[in-house]
Ligand binder design. Structure first.
Ligand SMILES: [Fe+2]
Length: 151
């Protein structure tokens, strides 16, 4: 089912939220191209657009996590890599079988629905990490606090 962007998906980091909305748009464009059985080149273009958008977005997120010393960067990056592999497999199947309802549904599930789950399960974690850091409240911050005995 096509879902519109909603603020409930926001993680409170403006640049990332904006890119997540663009990711939704790329996902919908892909779904509609496959569903409408547009010319094969148009469908492959929509996959290429989705791929380029995801690559840009993932590298923005990964740079951001690195800048903020996010401890679970590796786990997160693996999910991004897995997404790209599934997109490769989808493109392969589109080239082999041609566009249709089944592949349109699969595309929507693995882009739009994936993103919604990924935001809720993974992206919120680095957002929390960054916000805790801003409040001087993540573990690294604690370690640097003087204890009473040091005074
Ligand atoms: Fe992510």
């Amino acid at each position: 089912m096509l879902r519109e962007w909603s603020d409930i998906y926001s993680i409170g980091i403006e640049e990332i939220d904006r890119q997540h909305q663009g990711f939704f748009a790329a996902s919908h464009r892909l779904y509609e191209a496959i569903l409408d059985r547009e010319a094969k080149t148009a469908v492959i273009d929509a996959v290429a657009f989705m791929r380029a958008y995801a690559e840009t977005h993932f590298s923005t997120e990964e740079d951001f996590m690195r800048r903020h010393d996010y401890p679970d960067l590796d786990v997160h990056v693996r999910q991004h890599v897995a997404f790209m592999r599934r997109l490769d497999a989808l493109e392969n199947d589109l080239r082999t079988f041609g566009p249709g309802q089944e592949l349109a549904d699969r595309a929507l599930e693995m882009t739009q629905d994936w993103l919604i789950d990924h935001i809720a399960d993974e992206d919120v974690l680095y957002a929390l990490h960054v916000k805790a850091g801003e409040l001087g409240d993540h573990p690294a911050g604690h370690r640097e606090q003087p204890t009473i005995g040091d005074r």
